[in-house]
Design a protein around this ligand. Sequence first.
Ligand SMILES: Nc1ncnc2c1ncn2[C@@H]1O[C@H](COP(=O)(O)OP(=O)(O)O)[C@@H](O)[C@H]1O
Ligand SMILES: [Mg+2]
Length: 273
Amino acid sequence: MQATNPLPEIVVQRVEPALRVENLTAWYTGTRPAIGGVTMDIARHKVTAIIGPSGCGKSTAIRCLNRMHEVIRGARVEGHVYLHGEDIYDPRVDPVRVRSRIGMVFQKPNPFPMMSIYDNVIAGLRLTGQARNGSRADGLVQGALEAVGLWGEVRDKLRQSGASLSGGQQQRLCIARTLAVEPEVILMDEPCSALDPIATYRIEELIRELKQRYTIAIVTHNMQQASRVSDFTAFFLAGEERIGRLIEFGETEAVFTNPRDKRTEDYITGRFG
Ligand SMILES: Nc1ncnc2c1ncn2[C@@H]1O[C@H](COP(=O)(O)OP(=O)(O)O)[C@@H](O)[C@H]1O
Ligand SMILES: [Mg+2]
């Protein structure tokens, strides 16, 4: 009997990643790179965790994603990082503009100590050469502080020093400073490692909220944190050659419950690192 209906057409929906990392290799000095041949996608409006033992190149990798690696004297990068299809390493691309589209939050909360809470939020804009004045600035500051859940806590003391806040509040202030620049991607390098469990919990909640509007990549040495907040996990490891490599990448649940690589399994079960 002849089939009367043709087979239904299979529609493959391709969702473009926010960032596509292609064969990324980064050096500090000399000939041995700190990371080698990293290729991975960072999905839009998802959280991607980068995990692995100390020294495997997590910070190096994430700093290559917004052209911060190259600010270190002698450091260099090969490979490509595409932000919505545009190579951020194209020589015509302005790294300052890249850093305003791809923001970074660091391990230790680093509000500018001589600046007020208000000016700290605005500082990111100044650093990237954009300026806002008067009520537009006020609205922006309020919006960014609201987005990180800090507005209620600081609205009456916006002129106080950013350093007067608790560690967790300071980290949320730093995230607000990053948001004020209106980036598309937010990179976080162990943002909770200096915080207590409650402050950590609040940042994790915030990360889950922020992914509605932003793409997030987070380095963490805390595997529980990776499994709590991330959709995708990248496991890095430096072998005997001491070059950090991407060993496994996948959906977080799969990486943690059913890793493909023995080395991933050894790491997540606590056998090393
Ligand atoms: N500023 C630097 N100069 C020279 N080597 C560095 C520098 N920062 C990191 N490294 C080296 O690069 C490798 C990867 O480090 P890093 O990316 O900081 O790892 P992780 O964040 O996973 O702990 C390590 O061998 C480290 O010693
Ligand atoms: Mg690091």
